[in-house]
Design a binder for this molecule. Structure first.
Ligand code: FE2
Length: 215
């Protein structure tokens, strides 16, 4: 399922940001994070209404405040029945003339059924070692991979990444990342942001919730 949720009310949106501001932060050089738990308690009913499905539970997630556009990755866990990913765009820091209507998250048709990882075909090995997820440079176990296909338009919009990272990837949806307008997609779906530095955005704050099936 890929869809936008009903937009948050201003009160809901402000409350989530207040919770983030009050949380203890986990600071890494490339992002700040914080626990999703207090925020989830506030949005639990809203999420239920919008997902419209009883047989799931939210068992992980995080706030993220990031200075860098995201790489291709999946937020899966091998130990559970992955269900939906829910992204709450909360705020961004940007230039006055930033092209905010071009700030997107790409969801691909390609699916990943193993432990969460970064998809880095053609990228040189990381000097600092994997950050959190593992790194995958060979795509033969990616489901629905389209051998030999490169979506050049998408790769150009994601020019923070080498074109080769996109080999075999085709877009299922291009979701506008707009504060107050959450959306959902399969937790197995590979996804990445476009290069929002190029359109005048300096940093972003969001909340991700990960769900699993319980039936
Ligand atoms: Fe993600």
């Amino acid at each position: 399922m890929i869809k936008y949720f009903k937009p948050l009310t201003k009160d809901q949106h402000d409350e989530i940001i207040d919770i983030y501001n009050a949380e203890e932060k986990d600071v890494k050089p490339w992002r700040k994070g914080a626990s999703y738990k207090r925020a989830y308690a506030v949005v639990r009913d809203y999420v239920s209404e919008n997902l419209g499905h009883e047989n799931w539970e939210c068992n992980s997630g995080n706030f993220f405040e990031t200075l860098y556009p995201y790489r291709l990755h999946a937020d899966t866990k091998i130990t559970e029945s992955n269900y939906q990913n829910i992204v709450f765009p909360l705020s961004y820091d940007h230039e006055e003339d930033a092209a905010l209507d071009q700030n997107v998250l790409y969801i691909f048709k390609q699916m990943w059924y193993k432990e969460g990882t970064m998809f880095l075909k053609g990228s040189p090995p990381s000097k600092e070692g994997p950050r959190h997820n593992t790194e995958t440079r060979e795509y033969s176990t990616v489901a629905n991979i389209e051998e030999g296909y490169i979506d050049k338009v998408t790769a150009a919009d994601c020019d923070h990444l080498p074109t080769e990272n996109f080999e075999g990837m085709s877009v299922a949806a291009k979701m506008l990342w707009e504060p107050g307008k959450p959306f959902t997609f399969s937790r197995n779906a590979i996804h990445c942001s476009n290069n929002w530095h190029r359109i005048g955005i300096k940093s972003k704050l969001g909340l991700s919730l990960f769900t699993r099936s319980t039936s």
